[in-house]
Ligand binder design. Structure first.
Ligand code: MTE
Ligand code: HPA
Ligand code: MOS
Length: 777
């Protein structure tokens, strides 16, 4: 009998992304490629030019009189509720009525015959307002007495007072961790087509079609069943389309229903960067006590985040920062608090890692503090603090979940060998000791990342499979495709379940009409959740086919097996299509809705206790850099990565995710700098001023491996692990390597305390500071 591997595209096969060829040939359809019906209009946002003010009135007469303008929408045109807050806190108006809360805030939308006409007209409004004082960063906002956007979280375990009391050493410090723009290739876009009665169809670029649907319904004042949201694919989301599409969808839908014509809205890159949220920057105050061996005794930390003017997802983002402030380390006594600070900036949002990376950066800074204080290799300090595996008393997290699946020790050991860490570090220390202008650094950093939405109810998914009577299969699920390869992976699961070639499965757009009440494709959980839901649907149809096959041939159900592109029924082997046609003729139901919810998880936020994560994903990176101590410029010479994806659904796609995530994480920590001027205006709002990594910035040597021995000990889809976000955090290896190179100028006696992004400017300043301090000490 042929074995499973005979079908093309079973799980574990490295088949290419289903859209890869179409994408490189420009044939993959994005929202802006959908053929526009006659009469389509174009909208553009008019925005504020002050950071904080009381709004008196807006004179729109010049806007209305501009060529091509059909209408101007303000808050008064919203038939339902003027709010697009994703958590129902009602703190995010589509258009404000009395308060302007950040520079660049949308105040109205122009609708015109062409996008160019709308964009030009949007500049012509005269806004009358009383300017008020503003604060754009979390420290000055706190000093100014601005409120928090949502309740803070506190995680506490053990007794920090006695922990610090008993510790031989103690270091306190502050670290500023920068934000990040998503820089998706395809910007925000929404295209609304009005229908009869209350109906409207919105095509848009979103990770969260159900939320866009509910938000449009709410803003229009109609039930959700009147609104359909569709997305075939995104040109990148990275968290930036988990809630940020709401405004664009709302504006397009309101305009389309008001005017009875299709309306498209697509901001240009500058407006996309100023009017949509980004990764939260953090100011972390830490206090760590430890013994002579570098073992941590107590940790206290406060995590203040620049949330912007509204809550958006800042509550769960700042929560996740605390959930990762331990990284892979056991803190015997710990108290962590978040400070989701309101600021007069655009409202910050989800971004790959969702606050987790900021938490890990703080944990790694504390490790560095210990290492420099004790004169040890940071890797030794890391190892001394790793969690146990649940069987000991060093496995409890600050949120009282026991770490049971710990593989970080093995990952780090293997990478230390394969990257030849010890020998290279020794050589680098010797080379640096010669005192040259160029200094090298090397660092090996671990990652542990919790998988599941911390909002427990989000951990559910649905899928819909139709088998047509010619044997072709239509697959739909609640997840969205943003380049990560989710559709390919889920189709592989279904192909394997039916034992048919991957090509037999049609991957279709995500639509609220087929699978309702979906969660955002986020928290790296897309394939975990939707893969399981699709498998459930496939198993239902298979069970009916098995029953039919057994009855029709008079054999037991256990004599029916799905074999490559065929079904074996007793001694007979029939083609899959043939059996399907027979089943159809016998009136067998060939469609099924599947469902899945993650087991075992629960979380009590008020108590700060529970099991928020089903499992953890692990990884480690080793990076070597060289810096020029006269200019601060640097280069990444080599990076080795070993990452844990459990049993991979598709090793090629997973490796791609690891590589891309590492580079994106490296960019966040090195060159991507967001900068607001004194007027509260974001001045880095285009690729001219905001520097993402280029192809030429990739490590000169880049070795990426998956831990092929790893298997998820939980019953996830085919024992795989989520991959989307965790490897983003591997970029920290570059930051720590830079830190070592800088520290060499003061003989590794002073922790360089590099804030991020560690731009060449910051590296140079750190070198200068250490030279002065080192000479003094
Ligand atoms: N990969 C690509 N190419 N494009 C993206 O936008 N988003 C990341 C990650 N990988 C993203 C990506 C983020 S933030 C998440 S949460 C996951 O993909 C979401 O998809 P998944 O759950 O299917 O992994
Ligand atoms: N991760 C990512 N996105 C989310 C989460 C989360 O934990 N919760 C709500 N949206
Ligand atoms: Mo990813 S930040 O959870 O969309």
């Amino acid at each position: 009998m042929k074995d499973r591997q005979d079908i093309r595209g079973a799980t574990r096969q490295s088949i290419p992304h289903d859209s890869a060829a179409k994408q490189v040939m420009g044939r993959a359809e994005y929202t802006d490629d959908i053929a526009e019906p006659a009469g389509t209009l174009h909208a553009y946002l008019g925005v504020s030019d002050v950071a904080h003010a009381r709004l008196r009135s807006i004179d729109l007469s010049a806007v209305r009189a501009a060529p091509g303008v059909v209408d101007v929408l303000t808050a008064a045109d919203i038939p339902g509720v003027n709010d697009v807050s994703p958590t129902g806190r009602h703190d995010e108006p589509v258009f404000p009525t009395d308060a302007i809360e950040y520079h660049g805030q949308p105040l109205f939308a122009v609708v015109a015959e062409t996008r160019d006409a709308a964009r030009r007209a949007a500049e012509l409004a005269k806004v009358d307002c009383e300017v008020l004082p503003h604060a754009t960063d979390p420290v000055s906002a706190r000093d100014a007495g601005m409120p928090l956007v949502t309740d803070p979280l506190k995680l506490e375990r053990g007794d920090v007072v006695s922990g610090f009391g008993a510790a031989a050493h103690r270091v306190t410090g502050r670290m500023v961790i920068g934000g990040q723009d998503h820089m998706y290739l395809e910007g925000q876009i929404a295209f609304a087509v009005p229908g009869e009665d209350d109906d409207v169809v919105v095509h848009c670029s979103t990770q969260h079609p159900s939320e866009a649907q509910h938000m449009v319904a709410h803003v229009l004042g109609v039930p959700s069943n009147a609104v359909v949201v569709n997305v075939r694919r995104m040109g990148g989301g990275f968290g930036g389309k988990e809630s940020q599409m709401n405004l664009f969808c709302a504006v397009a839908a309101v305009a389309a229903k008001k005017l009875g014509r299709p309306v498209k809205i697509r901001p240009d890159r500058d407006q996309d960067m100023t009017a949509t949220g980004k990764r939260h920057d953090f100011v972390v105050d830490y206090d760590v006590g430890f013994d002579d061996t570098g073992r941590i005794a107590a940790v206290e930390g406060e995590f203040a985040a620049r949330c912007g003017f509204s809550s958006d997802l800042s509550g769960p983002v700042t929560d996740r920062a605390l959930f990762h402030a331990d990284n892979a380390y056991f803190y015997p006594n710990v108290r962590l608090t978040s400070r989701p600070q309101k600021t007069n900036t655009v409202s910050n949002t989800a971004f790959r890692g969702f606050g987790g990376p900021q938490g890990v950066v703080a944990a790694e800074r504390m490790i560095e503090e210990i290492a420099f204080a004790l004169g040890k290799d940071p890797l030794e300090v890391r190892r001394a603090n790793f969690y146990g595996d649940g069987a000991d008393d060093r496995s409890l997290t600050p949120y009282h979940q026991t770490v049971e699946d710990n593989v970080i020790g093995r990952i780090v050991d293997e990478l230390e060998d394969s990257a030849d860490y010890q020998a290279r570090r020794k050589a680098i220390v010797e080379e640096n000791a010669k005192g040259g202008v160029l200094r090298r650094g090397i660092a090996l950093t671990p990652v542990k990342f919790g998988i599941s939405f911390t909002a427990t109810w989000y951990n559910q998914a649905g899928a819909l499979i139709h088998v047509y009577n010619d044997g072709s299969i239509h697959l739909n699920h609640g997840g969205t495709e943003m380049g990560q390869g989710l559709n390919t992976k889920v189709a592989q699961v279904v192909a394997e379940a039916f034992q048919v070639d991957f090509d037999r499965i049609k991957i279709t757009k995500t639509t609220t009409e087929k699978v309702p009440n979906t969660s955002a494709t986020a928290a790296s959980s897309g394939s975990d959740l939707n893969g399981m839901a699709a498998l459930d649907a496939a198993e239902q149809i298979k069970a009916r086919l098995v029953q039919f096959a057994a009855e029709s041939r008079g054999v037991g159900e256990d004599a029916v097996r799905f074999v490559p592109n065929h079904v074996q029924i007793g001694d007979e082997v029939v083609a899959f299509d043939t059996l399907v046609k027979e089943a159809y003729m016998a009136r067998v139901h060939l469609s099924a809705a599947g469902f899945y919810k993650t087991p075992k998880i629960h979380w009590d936020r008020a108590a700060g206790k529970g099991r928020p994560f089903y499992y953890y994903a692990y990884g480690a990176a080793c990076s070597e850099v060289v810096i020029d101590t006269l200019t601060g410029e640097y280069r990444v010479e080599r990076t080795d990565i070993l990452h844990d994806v459990g049993r991979s659904l598709n090793p090629a796609l997973d490796k791609g995710q690891v590589e891309g995530a590492f580079i994106q994480g490296m960019g966040w920590l090195t060159t991507e700098e967001l900068w607001w001027d004194d007027a509260g205006r974001l001045r880095t709002h285009a690729p001219s001023t905001y520097k993402i990594p280029l192809a030429s910035d990739r490590p000169r040597v880049f070795n990426v491996e998956l831990a092929d021995w790893s298997e998820n000990r939980e019953m996830t889809i085919k024992r795989s692990k989520a991959v989307g976000e965790p490897p983003f955090i591997l970029g920290i290896a570059v930051l720590e390597a830079l830190s070592m190179a800088v520290a060499s100028v003061a003989d590794y006696k002073v922790c360089p305390r590099l804030d991020t992004p560690a731009t060449p400017e910051r590296v140079l300043l750190a070198v200068e500071r250490l030279r002065t301090e080192g000479a003094r000490g």
